[in-house]
Design a protein around this ligand. Structure first.
Ligand SMILES: Cc1ncc(COP(=O)(O)O)c(C=O)c1O
Length: 243
C-alpha cells in the first residue's frame, strides 16, 4: 500500500519463510492470510523456502505453500528452494523454482540456458533427493539436532552477555540486539562495533547490511564446527568486555 501510494508499481510479494535473518517461522494461517491479500491486489506471491528443512525446534508449525490447499491464486504462487541451506551444498549452485505458471516457466527455461547446472551435478543432486530413507532417518535429524544445539549454545552465550536475542526456530543464525553496547544508538556506532568484532577476527553481519532501520542488530551465524563456534563466542565476549 505504502509503495503504491508513492506511485510505484508493485507486482509481487516475497516472503522468506523460514526467515533469514530472523530465524522465525510463519504459521500456515498467517501465510494463507498474506496470500489472500496478494490475491485481492493481483500480486504474485513468492515463497522462499530455502530453510524449510532447517527448522530445528520441534513442533514448530510450518507448511510449505506447496501443501496449502486451495491456493488463493495458483497461477501467481511460486516457491523457491535451494540445495545451499537445507543440504549444506551451497557449492553445487542448484535451486528450484516450483510454479504452475506456464509463462513464467517458459521464460525461466529459456534464460536458464545461461546458468545451466552441469548434467553430472544434476544427476548427483537427484540421487541425493531420491534417497528419502537416508534423508529422513539420518541426514535431516542430524542436521536439525546440530542446528538446535548450536542455536541454544549461541543464544545462551549472547543472553549471558546482556544481548537480546530474537526467538528463532530455524536457519543457522540468530538475530541479536546489541544496542546496549553502543555508546549512541545509531548506524555509525553499529558499524564501529562491527569493526571491533572484526579486529578480533569474528564476523557478525551488521543489521544495516540487511537493511534493518533500527540500529544495533546483528546476525550471528552459528553453523560452524563446535570448537569453531566456541572460539567465535569467546571472541564476541572478549570484544564486549573491552568496550
Ligand atoms: C532465504 C534465502 N533464499 C535464497 C538464498 C540463495 O541461496 P543460493 O543462491 O545459494 O541458492 C539465500 C542465501 O543466503 C537465502 O538466505
Amino acid at each position: 500500500m505504502e509503495q503504491k501510494a508513492t506511485g510505484r508499481v508493485v507486482k509481487a510479494f516475497y516472503l522468506v519463510n523460514p526467515n533469514n535473518p530472523l530465524g522465525e517461522v510463519y504459521s500456515p494461517q498467517l501465510v494463507l492470510q498474506l496470500m489472500e491479500v496478494c490475491h485481492r491486489h493481483g500480486l504474485h506471491f513468492i515463497s522462499d523456502e530455502a530453510y524449510a528443512m532447517s527448522i530445528y525446534e520441534p513442533q514448530t508449525p510450518f507448511q510449505s505453500v506447496l501443501n496449502l490447499s486451495p491456493l488463493p491464486d495458483p497461477q501467481k504462487t511460486h516457491v523457491i528452494w535451494s540445495f545451499s541451506k537445507d543440504m549444506n551444498l551451497a557449492g553445487i549452485r542448484i535451486g528450484a523454482l516450483i510454479s504452475q505458471n506456464k509463462d513464467l516457466l517458459h521464460v525461466v527455461k529459456n534464460t536458464s540456458v545461461y546458468t545451466a547446472v552441469p548434467a553430472i551435478v544434476q544427476k548427483a543432486a537427484a540421487s541425493l533427493l531420491n534417497d528419502t530413507v537416508w534423508l529422513d532417518e539420518e541426514f535431516l535429524p542430524t542436521h536439525r539436532q546440530r542446528l538446535r544445539e548450536a542455536a541454544h549454545k549461541t543464544q545462551n552465550a549472547l543472553i549471558s552477555l546482556g544481548a537480546k536475542v530474537q526467538p528463532a526456530q530455524a536457519g543457522f543464525f540468530l538475530w541479536a540486539n546489541l544496542r546496549c553496547f553502543l555508546p549512541k544508538v545509531n548506524h555509525d556506532e553499529e558499524l564501529a562495533l562491527f569493526k571491533r568484532f572484526m579486529a578480533h577476527k569474528v564476523y557478525l553481519t551488521p543489521g544495516s547490511e540487511m537493511r534493518c532501520a533500527d540500529p544495533g542488530w546483528f546476525r550471528i551465524v552459528f553453523s560452524s564446527a563446535p570448537h569453531v563456534l566456541e572460539e567465535g563466542l569467546s571472541r564476541i565476549a572478549d570484544t564486549i568486555k573491552e568496550l
